[in-house]
Design a protein around this ligand. Sequence first.
Ligand code: SF4
Length: 235
Amino acid sequence: MKNQKSESIPEQEIAKLKESALFLEKGKTKFSSRLLVIGGLLTAGQLREIANFATRYGDGTVHLTTRQGVEIPHIPYEKLHLFRRAVDKSSLQPAQSGKCVRAITACPGTYCKFGTIDTQLLAKELFKKFGKRKNLPHKFKIAVSGCKHCCSKPQENDLGVMGVGNFAVFVGGMAGKTPRWGNRLPFDVKEKSKLFKIINAAIKWYEKNGNIKERFGATIERIGLENLLDELNKV
Ligand code: SF4
């Protein structure tokens, strides 16, 4: 397996590894692993574990992704099974990959002096409630900001929550090749329980109406924001 080229790694295997957030790199012999981070928060112990993974299985470097995730690059194919076993035994886990609700990003609004909501707690709660949603039309990104400064860019996510004392919600944002600024719902949400119901209804609407590989914002463009709002107003 030493210096194995991707041509000799079966396509099915490469696709399966991708589902576990292991991505084949350019040189076609090494993989990058993304690890799950919620709200950008890690313990010192987890940082030590990450450093250990990078040293033992990668080349000693760690990349921080734009969505607050941790990526360990340059893991040789032949070391993947040992790496995965080490991750399984650690306090970390692979990131979400594919057509699912991805890791929830959040600013430090919990303790930032401008924060109006507990962003870190909300990110954890959102991940617990929605992090297992799979088989969506496309990936679904959620971000939480503690105030109008929007440091975690809720308007650039499929669904964004902005603390305004209450919760302001943005739908259909995305960056990428066809960026779209999320629409702010015409109402803010007071209760967290209602916020969860609104998010659930938005995901269900997307599941029902989205075409395969169509981002939430594109579905909103195609079908109309009013149609989504009609659904959310029933909550
Ligand atoms: S969005 Fe607001 S609360 Fe969050 S880090 Fe930025 S300034 Fe602080």
